[in-house]
Design a protein around this ligand. Structure first.
Ligand code: FEO
Length: 407
């Protein structure tokens, strides 16, 4: 049998696609699916890197058997214990009863809590190595990318980094597995949506992990994450993207998000978008918070520096769909954005005042006084909206030329 999913000699991709699950973590839409990536090194010893979600274990075990035949798996390396990767550990142990599970001191606590006693374990610490024969593995502890036990495993002979969630993203692998086989424009959107919603909160830890890899001065010829494409043509591309996202670096552009029951707050959003365009801003994304899932909004908020948030009042408070957006932003601890606030009050206020409170909490740069129209925007309200848009455009244009392309 010819294995077209070899990463290099004796190193195989044994991941699976999930196009059935609607919500990742039962929260985030998987409109374009997701892959759970696992890898196999066949040497004097056989090592398997992470597993897959339990709904996919049959296909997964068959893939491994297809490569190994009668051979055993000697080591199961667990870089991350979230069940989308650890879900088939018990099945691997059942199929390969002599397999030794490799992890760090935190890994085994998660295993016991999720699946019970699966010893024997082989514990590794930061910088430890493990020989498979010709291939030697080195372990890097990278806590909180994305859980406390997360680590990365580096294969020293070929320069392959098995990076866990880091450098991964949404999107099933529909034929292409490698970065040079797929349409990266599609995947970069899905990778940013994954990063911003799943890993984004842990930006400082991502920075620490990237620094640790740089300080180790290891050549990264291949980056093999647990989700999304395997990076063999340009691994530095995805490292650069994760680096810039975790430093809250942005592109020029504005995300306008509004909650509007009867279209009055929406009118203000449209006016501001037009004004931004007239001032020369070309990246403008408008989202009705009631219609678009917050994960897509968060993804664009991670990308662009300018943010305009608008809300009508709803029962003396913020419109519920906007509440979801604001809560997710606060939870993500997204930093370093320009902000403008607009909205409407009717028999009560509460929308704009809640957004102003949010602005104080998040400490973004408020570009101009907020505007709150009574029920519907009048000429003077729209003039104030234009002032917000102008101030935001001026700030963005003043920073032109400071951005650099990640790839
Ligand atoms: Fe893909 Fe944190 O699991």
């Amino acid at each position: 049998m010819i294995h077209t999913d070899q990463i290099c000699k004796n190193v195989y991709f044994v991941g699976v696609n999930d196009r059935e699950t609607r919500l990742f973590e039962n929260l985030w839409p998987l409109d374009r699916g997701v892959s759970y990536n696992s890898y196999l090194i066949v040497d004097e010893k056989v090592a398997l890197f992470d597993t897959v979600k339990n709904t996919k274990m049959d296909a997964f075990i068959k893939k491994i058997e297809g490569i190994l035949g009668d051979r055993e798996v000697d080591y199961l390396i667990i870089n991350h214990m979230e069940p989308d990767h650890s879900g088939a550990i018990k099945d691997v142990r059942q199929r390969y009863p002599n397999v030794k599970i490799v992890g760090n001191s935190k890994t085994f606590g998660f295993i016991e809590n999720f699946y019970g006693d699966l010893s024997p374990y082989h514990e590794v610490k930061d910088g430890d190595t493990l020989s498979l024969g010709k291939h030697e593995l080195k372990f890097f502890m990278t806590p909180m990318v994305h859980w406390p036990e997360t680590m990365m495993t580096y294969e020293m002979r070929q320069g392959i980094l098995f990076s866990g969630d880091a450098f991964g993203g949404f999107g099933s692998l529909d034929g292409g597995i490698f970065d040079d086989e797929v349409n990266l424009e599609f995947y970069m959107d899905e990778i940013r949506r994954y990063y911003s919603n799943i890993v984004g909160k842990f930006g400082p830890m991502v920075q620490r992990a990237i620094k640790k890899l740089k300080d180790a001065q290891i050549p990264l010829h291949v980056i093999a994450s647990t989700h999304g494409p395997v990076w063999r043509k340009d691994p530095s591309c995805i490292v650069n993207y994760y680096d810039r996202w975790s430093r809250a670096e942005t592109e020029e552009g504005v995300v306008i998000v509004y909650g509007s029951m009867y279209g009055n707050t929406q009118k203000m959003a449209d006016l501001m978008a037009r004004r931004l365009s007239e001032k020369g801003i070309t990246n403008i994304r408008i989202y009705d918070a009631s219609k678009t899932h917050v994960s897509y909004i968060i993804s664009d908020l991670w990308r662009f520096k300018g943010v305009l948030l608008g809300s009508c009042a709803y029962n003396t408070g913020l419109f519920p769909a906007m509440q979801t957006v604001v809560h997710k932003i606060e939870n993500s601890q997204l930093k370093n954005r320009y902000l403008g606030i607009f909205g409407t009050a009717s028999w009560s206020g509460g929308g704009v005042s809640s957004l102003k409170q949010f602005a104080e909490n998040i400490k973004w740069d408020l570009v101009e006084d907020s505007v709150e129209a009574k029920s519907s925007p009048k000429a003077e309200d729209l003039e104030k909206c234009a002032l917000i848009a102008d101030a935001l455009a001026d700030k963005l244009i003043a920073e032109r030329g400071e951005e650099s392309a990640p790839c």
